[in-house]
Design a binder for this molecule. Structure first.
Ligand code: NAD
Ligand code: UDP
Ligand code: UDP
Length: 326
């Protein structure tokens, strides 16, 4: 065996057939690693990784992270968890199990094999934040018994587990708190705002604004986010996070809808629907820590990222034979 093969890393990506996971698998393979993708295909799609299947360094297994997994790897990226409110609220008990049992199993695996492990945490740990923008030191404002709690509290408990495995067992952890991310490979029925607006605009359907549309979010393009994952994993063992990963550009949902209409040339109108319960009023990351520790900040502005994402959905809808209105 050549030295190059000995140095090649074996990397596990859970949730690797999902939106962000599929981009991460691609990026890790391009860097010369062996990648094992595991996914239960709840919200992920084989189509997202179909182009990687011919690569001898890529392997995919159907597996649910709530069950133990015995494999030998050097690094783990734990992304398995539905991320869209409509999907994580579909079976909320399974969502909490995925975050909590999934974290225990992946941490148990990391402990046994001595792997470094990254956790895809979320800005949702801040709940409906009363501090704006949100720094990592803010403990959050989360309803423990609402419809979003299965996701928010599941992810908060996962963070607790990561830090307890680190303190109790010396496990090497990297916790990234991801803010709203968008891009190609989102499912057309994902249900999150960027995919909904683009699909609606392309199909000439009304664009559904929940509430008054004045709530804000900060949208990060997926390539920028994956770069941050790789940089965080590459830090020395003293860096554990949590560290905010997102784009600080802040937009109202009406501004997002107007940008999508402008970039698609759609004639769709805005329609107003009820605001889901506990929907955060505002969200914007303080990324001072990511800038300092990772020397990272997002590069792709919203309009540029939306343009690539629109082109992706345009192709997907065309391939599916969906009648387009523009
Ligand atoms: P996604 O729904 O596209 O991907 C999640 C993947 O996990 C899917 O492939 C799904 O099938 C898989 N999965 C779900 N439950 C599983 C289980 N029990 N066992 C194995 N696989 C399972 O969502 P995404 O946007 O790619 O999110 C990836 C990760 O990043 C999630 O952990 C999510 O919570 C986190 N995150 C995403 C965002 C965002 O804006 N996209 C923001 C914050 C955090
Ligand atoms: N585990 C796993 N793969 C491994 C090692 C452990 O899935 O390679 C799971 C195992 O199911 C266990 C969990 O991780 O329940 C936590 O493991 P740990 O060693 O921390 O705890 P224990 O086995 O003592 O419960
Ligand atoms: N939203 C909307 N129309 C939609 C989907 C979502 O106005 O068709 C709103 C939603 O109420 C929230 C924001 O867009 O205020 C972001 O929602 P998303 O589900 O994308 O993510 P999250 O709420 O988890 O940040």
């Amino acid at each position: 065996m050549s030295l190059a093969n000995i140095q090649k890393k074996k990397i596990l990506v859970t949730g690797g057939a999902g939106f962000i996971g599929s981009h991460l698998c691609e990026r890790l393979l391009a860097a010369g690693n062996d990648v094992l993708c595991i996914d239960n295909f709840f919200t992920g799609q084989k189509a997202n990784v179909a182009h990687l299947l011919a690569n001898p360094h890529f392997e995919i297994q159907r597996h649910d992270v709530t069950f133990p997994l015995y494999v030998e790897v050097d690094e783990i990226y734990n992304l398995a968890c539905p991320a869209s409110p409509i999907h994580y609220q579909h079976d909320p008990v399974q969502t909490t199990k995925t975050s909590v049992h999934g974290a225990i199993n992946m941490l148990g695996l990391a402990k046994r094999v001595g792997a470094k492990i990254f956790q895809a945490s979320t800005s949702e740990v801040y709940g409906d934040p009363s501090v704006h923008p949100q720094p990592e030191e803010y403990w959050g404002n989360v309803n423990p018994i609402g419809f979003r709690s299965c996701y928010d509290e599941g992810k908060r408990c996962a963070e607790t587990l990561f830090f307890d495995y680190h303190r109790q067992h010396g496990t090497r952890i990297k916790v990234g708190r991801i803010f709203n991310t968008y891009g190609p490979n989102m499912h057309p029925n994902d249900g999150r705002v960027v995919s909904n607006f683009i699909v609606q605009a392309l199909m000439g359907q009304p664009i559904t604004i929940y509430g008054d549309g004045k709530q804000t979010r900060s949208f990060c393009y997926v390539d920028d986010l994956v770069e941050a994952f790789i940089r965080l994993m590459g830090t020395d063992d003293s860096v554990t996070g949590p560290i905010n990963l997102g784009n600080p550009g802040e937009f109202t949902m009406i501004e997002l809808a107007e940008a999508v209409i402008r970039l698609t040339g759609s004639r769709s109108e805005l329609v107003y629907k009820p605001l889901p319960s506990d929907d955060p009023r505002q969200r914007k990351p303080d990324i001072a820590k990511a800038k300092q520790v990772l020397d990272w900040e997002p590069r792709i502005p919203l309009e540029e990222g939306l343009t690539s994402t629109i082109a992706y959905f345009d192709r997907v809808l065309t391939e599916a034979g969906v009648t387009r209105q523009i």
